[in-house]
Design a protein around this ligand. Sequence first.
Ligand code: B3K
Ligand code: ZN
Length: 846
Amino acid sequence: PQTIYLKDYTPFGYLIDSVELTFKLHPTKTRVLSKIAFRPNPEATDNRFFLHGEDLTLISAKIDGQDVTVRHVDGGLEADGPARAFIWEAEVEISPSTNTALEGLYMSNGMYCTQCEAEGFRKITYYPDRPDVMATFDVRIEGEEPILLSNGNPGAKGEGFAEWSDPWKKPAYLFALVAGDLINHPGSFTTQSGKDVELNIWVRPWDEHKCAFGMQALKDSMKWDEDVYGREYDLDIFNIVAVDDFNMGAMENKGLNIFNSSAVLASPETSTDANFKRIEAIIAHEYFHNWTGNRITCRDWFQLCLKEGLTVYRDQQFTADMRSGDVARIENVLALRARQFPEDQGPLSHPVRPEEFQEINNFYTATVYEKGAEVIGMLKTLVGDDAYANALDLYFERHDGDAATIEDWLKVFEDATGRDLTQFKLWYSQSGTPKVSVSEDWDAESGTFSLTFTQSTAPTPGQDVKDPKVIPIAIGLLSPEGEEIQATEIFEMTEATQTYQAKGLSVRPVPSILRGFSAPVILEQDIDNTRRAFLFAHDTDSFNRWEAGRDLARDALLDMIENDAAPSALYLDSLRKVFADDTLDPAYRAYLQAQPGESDLARTLAAKGVTPDPDKIHAASKAFKQAKADALKDLLRPIYEDNQIDGPFVPDAEGSGKRALANSVLSLITKLDGGTLAQSQFEAADNMTQKLAALSQLVTAGKGTDAITAFYDQWKEDRLVIDKWFSLQVALAGPDDAAKVATALTQHPDFDMKNPNRFRATLGALAGNHAGFHHKSGAGYKVLTDWLIKLDDLNPQTTARMCSAFQTWKNYDPDRQALIKAQLERILAKEGLSRDTSEMITRILG
Ligand code: B3K
Ligand code: ZN
């Protein structure tokens, strides 16, 4: 396969003034007619007329009304393009119903839908399918489906056809079409300048009752983007469509967002608080793309973080504003550490802006998205809130309508703030997670407290040498009594080693470092557990307070794993004190007692040079939880009772916080009562949050058999709930059973490998069951591999994405490494392996 390099970028030889498309829909013989007005691009040096195209049957091609001879070349076609403006017309035939890759135009349960990002439009018609080619689109859809949708504003409509017109220039990856038997959940929004926008969420009739929450989230997002970023919506209509078969969460097509039904449909009976929160964030994310992604798009796919990092950052800000900011930050950091850190510390490590790829779909990663968002957050911390706001205004003003680059983005910040961002740019170009170690010094005589920081980043694939980065380190100082004696300050680290000083202090302070997780680094502090317990009890920064407790818990667990130590009395004692504090926000309190997961512990051990033993980790995690339950015993029932809610289920911050706390307590109570309370919660629950939490506890306690059956019988008609049913059984299976349970579920009549949600619910859950997946027999590796090999023929994108389950393989012992390597080689040896999967496996093998 061919490698594409950032350094090779050249503009396309032609510009497009307008695109007209006509679709004559048919499951196996859809005709797509295109009429495209090209003219030579004065900025291009290469005027080759090449159009991308994949899996298309060309019926006819004309230039200015005359048939032309085309040359079919790798990835598309070529023709002799005139050196003047001309009209290209083509007719192609495609087969949506046999398109199982879910890219291009495909069918999901009888409805037509599209997914074009990144390079799917070329499966619809011949086109310069690259984001720097932007055009207005006029679309006519002919089909018997009652609802026919595309981007932009609606035009003429009649029996068997509908027309749509998108006045905003856009790249082809933002094109969308939907046709099906759908009903709309309507809404409306009046923009800040008084324009009325029609809103719709389009679903199958039986999903109508699951739309209200998404609609509210959409309105909240529209308002928030006006209030916080001054961004107004720019069309008469905004449509969202729910689709069951979808490779990822959702897609920001201009005016016609297409969502995985799991990322938009919700009701209290069928969705958990976590689902509601995720839906709110994804709706916001896709909506925010209207400005950061659509109005300003990317010049090429190497610039993906320009839209994704920024849009994730914006959706995180939105969530923090809508819910508790403290909890939101903890959740973002947990996700970063669970998904981005392993990526950045293993064979798949790549810069936030990669410089090469074979298959761009493999780079929609936690690094581009979540680390990309952290980079924006650091930039804001460094320049300050006001300067950030000015820079964003300038960005929208200067680049509206552009296909921009990271250079453009940074230049805006330089111009708006007068700052030189040359060194900061390393965050975009160098991969790996920096380690920051710190040592303290106290000079009692002068009252000077010093913190000396040293940063280093280990080599990553293709990058042996790393330079010091700009790292904003938020520091606060506490008195020995736990009073804040110095509020948070930003120390700007730019050298490999650098010292921060606070002067004129009367006592030696206790520092609280990297407050709010002010940079995506690994902080190595040589402090003892008494200090951690102090910070856990007193830190005035809520993030660092939680972090101190987590570090204590982690060290206690590592001590149990490595040295067969007993659960740390210091930790349990500290936890008891903090956990008893009922003035704390319930959601935050739930996180205070959460312990690091098994994969997290495995990675922490590996980073210390210790080979993780999955069985030991599993056993220690269970024992630790038991010890917490014993230590907190008398507190648990009252907390559980205090956090029950009378009245209807509301998925807001308050309600979900109480349920999170009650359910976290339930998980400890189950360790003491063997599942009695879980059983009654399971029977009484009128909402999925409590139902599923109770079911999880019953299964974990080995008492889940009847509840599993009852749950299935109650929900067998609801695909999204049955996904949870598949996933939970695999995720909670014991180490010896996980592979068997997953295999058995793949035989279940409701298992459908073509549906990415179901596939992930089953096989993704296996990969997430640490001790089960890494079972010494190799059964976990084998089952996942068998299914990845099967799926690759149908859906390369989802297959490739799931290969990352193997990315940590070099952390394990030689036997496990050999077992995994054999499976990776088996995948690689498969005949006709997709470019997507082949690139992933090759990189993972290293
Ligand atoms: N931009 C899409 C992701 C497309 C993924 C293509 N493999 C959704 C999002 O980030 O909002
Ligand atoms: Zn996005």
